[in-house]
Design a binder for this molecule. Structure first.
Ligand code: GLU
Length: 471
């Protein structure tokens, strides 16, 4: 399928730029997915950049969690991961060049002085801002440099006019330049600030398209003005609305899992997650189920939604059930084996392929599938006393004994077992539930199991006869 939009002239380069302050959360994973899909759609390059300059909040565990989450989802970067902390020299070099070019300047105002400036502006009913005391202008005399005070570096932001861009998601967005203030790009100790690092990296990494959360909309005009001052190309921007919880509030821990790896833990397959996340804020007609390849071939940012998406656990389960149903049996068996072992089950007891075949149509997650498989792989749990009294009546026991005697002689296939059940029903003039439920209680310890003939077949003749002998 060809793209609905004109392919960009230069090779597409997108990036996912998480700050490693926590897990890879659902919103981040979705942004990464969109940036990845966009690059893949145009045969471009997807870059992973770890924005780790906030030393107090960044942790190596969070970096690892992000890498794990991306790997689990199969969002493999073509370049990176790069780490901003490793680019410090480059940021300093660009700051020095801006100071030399006059697009940035030293500002010696103390934080208290800047607060006072903001207060004065507020008192006049204006937007609180730095008043430009140290901003050099032709013919303007600057104050004397205070001794022993380290300056910050401020960007000499354009005054007057507007900064606008055509957002890939939201359409035209415009900011009045008077709102932008002269941003601090380096602190008194020379360390660069957040927006500045983003700008330098987007420039150096030749990023052509920035897809990110719409909490960054306010940063974009600042980044654009700095890029322009540097003579750097300005990428296209697309700001994706946030994900809301089912109650319409911002998605948070309250709504359940927020880290993608929790979904791995809970038994969702990465492909199901990719499908579900893609639909969360992006559409291709009415298609709800599609492969990763289809997503790549269809991905058009014009179909990213302008409004916030709502997390819907029921729909995720529906998507997940579809993927489980369509996963190859052998692969499913492989996927659930460690989950069964983790529950203390023994996968050698049965043919796991048969178990998977029997259960896969009803499971929403790998965890449910593994839980269901415990009927075959786990220890036999004796039926509760009430079940025995209620279902293993004298009539039922007689029928069960008859079943056991004749079972010794039949080929142990589902068909033969089903035929034997019918014979016993006829002999004892019982209806199906009058034998099927006692059989379940006797061999599975519960009244609820999948089709009893299939359950008996998988359990194996020996096990079934041993359990029936015990009643
Ligand atoms: N590091 C930012 C974050 O995690 C993203 C920056 C960007 O995409 O420009 O929110």
């Amino acid at each position: 399928m060809t793209s609905a939009i004109t392919p960009p002239a230069s090779p597409v380069r997108t990036r996912f730029a998480p700050s490693p302050t926590g897990f890879l959360h659902l919103g981040g994973a979705r942004t990464a997915l969109f940036a990845w899909a966009y690059a893949r759609h145009f045969g471009g390059t997807f870059i992973l950049r770890i924005e780790d300059t906030d030393l107090e909040r960044s942790t190596p565990e969070a970096v690892q969690a992000i890498l794990d989450g991306m790997a689990w989802l199969g969002l493999t970067p073509d370049e990176g991961p790069f780490y901003q902390m490793q680019h410090m020299d480059r940021y300093r070099e660009v700051i020095a060049s801006m100071l030399a070019a006059g697009t940035a300047y030293h500002c010696y105002s103390t934080p208290a002085e800047v607060d006072a400036m903001r207060e004065r502006a507020r008192a006049k009913g204006e937007k609180p801002r730095y008043d430009g005391t140290w901003r050099p202008e032709p013919g303007k005399a600057l104050p004397a440099v205070p001794a022993d005070r380290k300056p910050v570096v401020r960007f000499k932001s354009p005054q007057g006019g507007t900064t606008s861009w055509t957002d890939m998601v939201k359409g035209t967005i415009s900011f009045d330049n008077t709102e932008l203030d002269d941003l601090v790009i380096a602190r008194p100790d020379g360390t660069p600030t957040y927006n500045f690092c983003v700008v330098v990296d987007d420039w150096d990494m030749r990023i052509t398209h920035v897809l990110r959360g719409d909490d960054h909309v306010n940063n974009t005009p600042r980044q654009i003005t700095i890029l322009r001052a540097l003579g750097a190309p300005v990428p296209e921007y697309g700001h994706v609305p946030m994900i809301l919880g089912p109650d319409g509030e911002k998605l948070s821990k309250r709504h359940g899992a927020v880290s993608v790896m929790e979904y791995d833990h809970d038994g969702y397959q990465p492909e199901a997650m990719i499908n579900y996340l893609a639909r969360l804020g992006w559409s291709h007609g009415d298609d709800e189920l599609f492969t990763r390849e289809q997503l790549v071939s269809w991905f058009d940012p014009q179909h990213l939604s302008k409004s916030a998406a709502q997390w819907d656990p029921k729909k995720l389960n529906w998507v997940s059930a579809h993927y489980i149903k369509h996963t190859d049996d052998a692969l499913l068996a492989q996927q659930i084996a460690p989950r069964i072992t983790g529950r203390g089950g023994d996968i050698a007891k049965v043919d796991l392929l048969q178990v998977v075949k029997l259960l896969k149509d009803r499971a929403e997650t790998l965890e449910q599938l593994a839980e269901g498989a415990m009927l075959f792989c786990g220890e036999f749990i004796q039926p509760a006393e009430e079940l025995v009294t209620l279902h293993l009546t004298e009539t039922a026991r007689n029928a069960l004994r008859d079943f056991a005697v004749q079972a010794g002689d039949i080929a142990w296939t589902r068909e033969a077992i089903s035929a034997l059940i019918k014979t016993v029903l006829a002999t004892h003039t019982l209806k199906m539930p009058q034998l099927a439920i006692p059989l379940r209680v006797a061999v599975a310890g519960s009244t609820h199991t999948p089709a009893i003939d299939a359950v008996l077949e998988i359990l194996g003749k020996q096990t079934v006869l041993a359990r029936l002998a015990d009643i």
